[in-house]
Design a protein around this ligand. Structure first.
Ligand SMILES: [Zn+2]
Length: 105
């Protein structure tokens, strides 16, 4: 019973984070401070509900190294690399950490 409830809450939280992330992606004209706030809110929800299996957020908007949210185009530089096998590199401009994300297809 308790477990079910937790799962339900996680589902709701996940949808919320998804919505917020999409908002940031779709509204690049929104002020940097506001996008940062939205992503920080995502991080809070994401941690609170332990959304470990929801990797999209962590992959693109969170730097494991300095434990901060990263905003593509602002505090992170994103490049697509590779000839046959394409992958994305995200460089966090806070700590200069690079991470590689393989692109399927
Ligand atoms: Zn970093």
């Amino acid at each position: 019973m308790k477990k079910e409830k937790k799962k339900e809450l996680q589902e709701i939280a996940k949808k919320r984070v998804e919505k917020l992330v999409n908002f940031v992606i779709d509204n690049s004209e929104v002020k940097y401070e506001d996008r940062k706030k939205v992503l920080e809110l995502c991080l809070k929800i994401w941690k609170k509900y332990n959304l470990r299996n929801f990797s999209v957020f962590k992959r693109y908007f969170y730097c494991k190294n300095c434990k901060k949210v990263i905003i593509p185009g602002e505090t992170a530089r994103i490049r697509i690399r590779g000839k046959k096998k394409k992958y994305i590199t995200i460089k966090c401009l806070n700590c200069n950490q690079n991470k590689k994300i393989p692109l399927s297809n």
